[in-house]
Design a protein around this ligand. Structure first.
Ligand code: AMP
Ligand code: ZN
Length: 466
C-alpha cells in the first residue's frame, strides 16, 4: 500500500516493522462535548484505513486514548482545562462529563459503522505510566522542573520540528494568541509534562507525583498509552491535521527521548472539515453533530459516504446541499442493490477483477472516491446477481456503508428516508411516463405532506426538503 507520510511529506510504500502485523494508534476524543462531524470525518477515514489494512491481510492492533484530563483550551500549555470548563458549563463533575461524552462518542461511532479500536484507554486510568515516563525523561536530562511544573527541554533534540513545516516564529505564543508566555520555559518550544502550578488552580482531578500533587500535560498521554499497549515500535499514528503540531511533534520528541530510538514510522493526518465559518471546532460552538443530522432526517451513513467521496488529504467543505446530493446517490445505490436477486453461482475468478480495482484505488493513498466508483462498475458488470452481491459485500467490509444490510431489509427503510423518497420519485416518474396522472399526483401530495418539494424539470424530477 502507498500512503502519504507526514514524516517526510511524501507518498511511501507502507512496510510495517513486523511482517504481516500493524500497530496503529489513534488520538481519541477530548470528551468535554459531543464530537462534531468534523472530528468524525477524521475517525471515519482512520476506520477506513484500519479496515483496508485488514482487508489486504494485515493483523492490525489499534489503540486509542480518551482525553479526560490535561487538554487545555489552547493546544499549547495555556488556558483552562477543557474538561473542567465542560464540567462547569453543565454543573457536573469532570468524571460525569467524561463518561457521558465518551458514551455519546461511541454511540456516534456505532451509527457511522466506525469499529471500536482493540484497546481504549482513558488518560485518567494511566497516570502511573505518565509518571514513569516523565521520571525517565528527567533522569535522562530531557526534562527539567521549573516553577513547580515539569517541562520537556526541546533544545536537547537534534531536530524538534520533525514534520519540517513549523518554525520558531510560529511558536511566538505571546504574539499569536495574545497570552503571556510561560516564564518558566527555557525555550519557547518547551512543553509541560506535569503541572503542579497553573493559573487555573481549581483543577478538579489531581494525583500525587514525585513533583507534587498535580496533573499531566496533554501530550504525554498518547506517547505513554501507545508505548504501554503497542510497544516500542509503532507502525502508524493517526489524527486530524491540527494534531500534527504541536501535539504529534511533542509526542515524537518525548517518545524518542524516552525510548532512545525512532518510534513511529508513518504519520497519517486527515484534513479538516470546514463549514461556512471555516474549520469546524468544538470551542467555536454551533457545530453539527450526528444527532442533529438524524433529527433532520439523514441516515448517518449518508455522512459516511459524503466523507468517502472525497480524499482525506483535501479539506472538505460541508453544506446541506452537498449532503442532499450524497443522500440521493446513497438512496439510489441502496435501491439498486436491493433489487439484486440471490440467484446465480459465485465464481471468484469473475469477481476478482473488481476486488482488484477496489484494492488498487484504496492502496493508492486511500483513494476512497475512486473505490466508490468500483461499486457502480460492479452494478453495471456482466456478473450474475449473486456475484454482484458477493463483490459488494466484500467491498463493504472496508466502506462500511451497510450496502447489503440495507438492501436485505428491503432497502427503502434501511437506506434511510432518502432511499424511501427516491423510491417514491421513481414510482412517480414511471406513473407520469404511463400518463397515470392520478398516481403521479397522489405521490407528489404524499411527498409534499412530508415537506418534500418535488419539481418536474426537463432533466427529470428533482426534489428537496422544504
Ligand atoms: P478532539 O476531540 O478535539 O481532541 O479531536 C478529536 C479528533 O478530531 C482529532 O484527531 C482532531 O485532530 C480531529 N479534528 C478536530 N477538528 C476537526 C475538523 N474540523 N475536521 C476534521 N478533524 C478534526
Ligand atoms: Zn494524541
Amino acid at each position: 500500500m502507498q500512503l502519504y507520510n507526514t514524516l517526510g511529506q511524501t507518498k511511501q510504500e507502507f512496510v510495517p516493522h513486523e511482517q504481516g502485523r500493524v500497530k496503529m494508534y489513534t488520538c481519541g476524543p477530548t470528551v468535554y462535548h459531543y464530537a462534531h462531524i468534523g472530528n468524525l470525518r477524521t475517525y471515519i477515514m482512520e476506520d477506513v484505513l484500519e479496515k483496508q489494512l485488514r482487508f489486504i491481510g494485515y493483523d492490525v492492533t489499534r489503540a486509542m486514548n480518551i482525553t479526560d484530563v490535561g487538554h487545555l483550551s489552547s493546544d499549547g500549555d495555556t488556558g483552562e482545562d477543557k474538561m473542567l470548563a465542560g464540567a462547569k458549563r453543565e454543573h457536573k463533575t469532570v468524571l460525569e462529563i467524561a463518561k457521558f461524552y465518551t458514551d455519546a462518542f461511541f454511540d456516534d461511532c456505532d451509527k457511522l459503522n466506525i469499529k471500536r479500536p482493540d484497546i481504549i484507554e482513558p488518560a485518567t486510568g494511566c497516570i502511573d505510566s505518565f509518571i514513569e515516563m516523565i521520571s525517565v525523561l528527567l533522569d535522562k536530562g530531557y526534562a527539567y522542573v521549573a516553577g513547580g511544573n515539569v517541562y520537556f527541554d526541546t533544545s536537547k533534540l537534534d531536530c524538534y520540528y520533525v514534520f519540517g513545516n513549523q518554525n520558531e516564529e510560529d511558536l511566538a505564543v505571546g504574539v499569536r494568541e495574545s497570552v503571556e508566555e510561560d516564564v518558566n520555559k527555557r525555550n519557547k518550544a518547551d512543553f509541560v509534562l506535569w503541572f503542579t502550578k497553573s493559573k487555573f488552580e481549581d483543577q478538579e482531578l489531581k494525583w500525587d507525583s514525585p513533583w507534587g500533587s498535580g496533573y499531566p500535560g496533554w501530550h504525554i498521554e498518547c506517547s505513554a498509552i501507545s508505548i504501554k499497549n503497542l510497544g516500542e515500535y509503532l507502525d502508524i499514528h493517526c489524527g486530524g491535521v491540527d494534531n500534527a503540531f504541536p501535539h504529534h511533534t511533542n509526542e515524537i520528541a518525548q517518545s524518542e527521548a524516552y525510548l532512545g530510538h525512532p518510534w513511529c514510522k508513518y504519520w497519517f493526518h486527515v484534513l479538516h472539515l470546514n463549514d461556512a465559518r471555516g474549520k469546524m471546532s468544538k470551542s467555536k460552538g454551533g457545530f453539527l453533530t450526528v444527532s442533529l443530522l438524524e433529527e433532520k432526517g439523514y441516515n448517518p451513513l449518508v455522512y459516511r459516504m459524503f466523507c468517502l467521496q472525497s480524499h482525506y488529504r483535501k479539506p472538505l467543505t460541508f453544506s446541506f446541499e452537498s449532503l442532499d446530493n450524497t443522500a440521493k446517490a446513497y438512496g439510489k445505490l441502496i435501491n439498486r442493490i436491493s433489487s439484486l436477486s440471490e440467484s446465480g453461482e459465485v465464481s471468484s475468478e469473475r469477481c476478482k477483477p473488481y476486488i482488484d480495482s477496489f484494492n488498487e484505488a484504496m492502496n493508492n493513498d486511500l483513494n476512497t472516491a475512486q473505490a466508490i466508483t468500483v461499486l457502480y462498475d460492479v452494478l453495471k458488470a456482466e456478473l450474475n446477481d449473486a456475484e454482484k452481491r458477493y463483490v459488494i459485500g466484500e467491498l463493504d467490509k472496508v466502506l462500511s456503508l451497510s450496502l447489503l444490510d440495507g438492501a436485505d431489509e428491503s432497502g427503502a427503510q434501511d437506506g434511510g428516508e432518502d432511499a424511501e423518497i427516491e423510491a417514491l420519485i421513481e414510482k412517480r416518474a414511471k406513473a407520469r411516463k404511463e400518463r397515470d396522472w392520478a398516481t403521479a399526483d397522489a405521490i407528489r401530495d404524499e411527498l409534499n405532506a412530508r415537506n418534500i418539494i418535488v419539481e418536474d424539470t426537463p432533466q427529470g424530477i428533482k426534489w428537496r426538503r422544504a
